[in-house]
Design a protein around this ligand. Structure first.
Ligand SMILES: NC(=O)c1ccc[n+]([C@@H]2O[C@H](COP(=O)([O-])OP(=O)(O)OC[C@H]3O[C@@H](n4cnc5c(N)ncnc54)[C@H](O)[C@@H]3O)[C@@H](O)[C@H]2O)c1
Length: 440
């Protein structure tokens, strides 16, 4: 049998040893899905706290239940280590490391490079490698292929197999998770795509194959750019509606009654999370090397990035109408997470809103049931969530709803507050005709 046939058989029989590099929001759920499908999975992560938690059978990702991890660890189907040398025994490796932006807005490829450098030391014949981290088109072929294959004198598509498959997980979502969200898979060669699909099909309901790694990389960027641009559009609509004196939320709900040709997006205080604010900029960065300006991305990014500033200006106006300057006023920000019901502050617009309010001299507090402490390293401030929510609501000159967590009792908040600025329409009907509430 050829290397490919032997590996495909091992993958189909679930005898292949699987490694997941990076056990975060993406890697841990993926490790669990492969483990539950019957593979023997080893998670590798330099973060010793994660390794220690998993050794005790504990989950640290809200979407993954501790019972599930415990069962897999006890049965020996999932183990975790910070020792990369175990890679020499692995057949199938998936890379799920972070791809943030540098402060200058350029891609920070350092995590992919360090994971790749470790993996390169242990590459051997009969391995399949899938990159899941969101990145610019060309990464798999231009960065991984030479380092993992050519430098090790391994022929891709014959001795080993390389593909890109973008992760699409939406943290906090229950109807679509890693197992039932279709997975796009694009190989460096046809054989690479076949082998990688044979592996993932053993655990994930639908694998959608495309003809190249680049098509798979680009499909992820299309999905996230589509969201970013549409959010930019409704954010600008919110600004226009305010000038026109029209309720933007009513307009969007009305448009959404059209059963075709319209998809509902909602405005807010700005983009957040590890994907939507970042991924499209990987594409625009790459296009600069082709002397091409990705204009839609740049325009939407400009509007979205300005939203925290717009929210602060609306809070300032609201206070002004109530005879108070922002400077010296007590402002309570509700929600620090970038979206409702999760514990993730990465790129959260809430941090920008809080930071801008602080800069303008407001006495700012925040509350978030999921985030007890914020440390903003770049701006050099930190804060604890207030513990007596209603006391802080009563004392604040302005309450700003930045994240619409479901656990909040919005009627009680409005009742007890002096002035509420709602950047998410969390107050909905309560806001209508209520002089205390202003919405985006
Ligand atoms: N979180 C999401 O909702 C989401 C959704 C779709 C795609 N993605 C993409 O998936 C990738 C991973 O995101 P995430 O949210 O899981 O990040 P994360 O920060 O939650 O997890 C990444 C993990 O990788 C580990 N790591 C860092 N360097 C490493 C190395 N050299 N070797 C092995 N592990 C290393 C970190 O310690 C961390 O545990 C990113 O490219 C992201 O854009 C994320």
């Amino acid at each position: 049998m050829s290397v490919k046939e032997t590996l495909v058989k091992k993958l189909k029989d679930k005898n292949a040893k699987v490694a997941i590099l990076g056990l975060g929001y993406v890697g841990l759920p993926l490790a669990v899905v492969f483990g539950e499908a019957g593979f023997q999975v080893t998670g590798i992560d330099p973060d010793k706290r994660k390794i220690a938690a998993l050794a005790e059978g504990k989950s640290y990702i809200p979407d993954v239940k501790t019972e599930t991890v415990e069962k897999l660890v006890k049965s020996g189907r999932l183990n975790a280590t910070a020792d990369f040398s175990v890679l020499k025994e692995m057949d199938a490796v998936s890379i799920c490391v972070p791809t943030p932006l540098r402060q200058t807005g350029d891609p920070d490829m350092s995590y992919i490079i360090s994971a790749m450098d470790e993996l390169a030391k242990y590459m051997h014949k009969g391995m399949v490698v899938v990159l899941e981290s969101t990145t610019y088109p060309g990464t798999t072929r231009e960065l991984l292929l030479p380092k993992l294959g050519e430098e090790n004198h391994l022929a891709v598509g014959e001795d080993w197999f390389l593909a890109f498959s973008p992760e699409r997980v939406d943290p906090g979502r229950e109807d679509f998770t890693t197992i039932n969200t279709p997975k796009v898979m694009g190989g460096i060669t046809e054989a690479c795509g076949e082998v990688a699909a044979a592996w993932y099909e053993g655990a994930i309901k639908t694998v959608h194959r495309v003809s190249s790694a680049e098509a798979a990389e680009m499909s992820k960027l299309l999905e996230n750019t589509f969201r970013m641009i549409n959010i930019g559009l409704v954010n600008e609509l919110a600004i226009m509606c305010e000038r026109l004196g029209v309720d933007v939320w009513e307009v969007i709900d009305a448009a959404a009654t059209k059963p075709f040709g319209f998809m509902k997006f909602t405005p807010g205080p700005g983009l957040g999370g590890h994907c939507i604010p970042i991924d499209p900029l990987y594409l625009s960065w790459k296009m600069k090397s082709f002397n091409y300006n990705a204009r839609f991305i740049e325009l939407a990014s400009e509007i979205n990035t300005n939203m925290p500033r717009y929210v602060v200006s609306r809070v300032m106006e609201g206070l002004n109408q109530r005879g108070k300057p922002l400077k010296g006023s007590k402002v309570l920000a509700l929600g620090a997470a970038y979206k409702p019901d999760i514990d993730d502050v990465r790129e959260s617009p809430s941090l920008d809103v809080i930071g801008l309010l602080r800069k303008k001299g407001a006495a700012v507090e925040y509350h978030d049931p999921y985030i007890p402490h914020i440390h903003h390293e770049y701006d050099g401030w930190q804060m604890d969530s207030v513990t007596d929510l209603m006391k802080s609501v009563r004392e604040a000159d302005a309450v700003v709803i930045v994240t619409n967590h479901k656990v909040y009792d919005y009627a009680a908040i409005v009742e007890n507050a002096k002035f509420v600025f709602d950047a998410r329409n969390a107050t909905g009907k309560i806001a209508k005709g209520n002089p205390k509430v202003e919405r985006l």
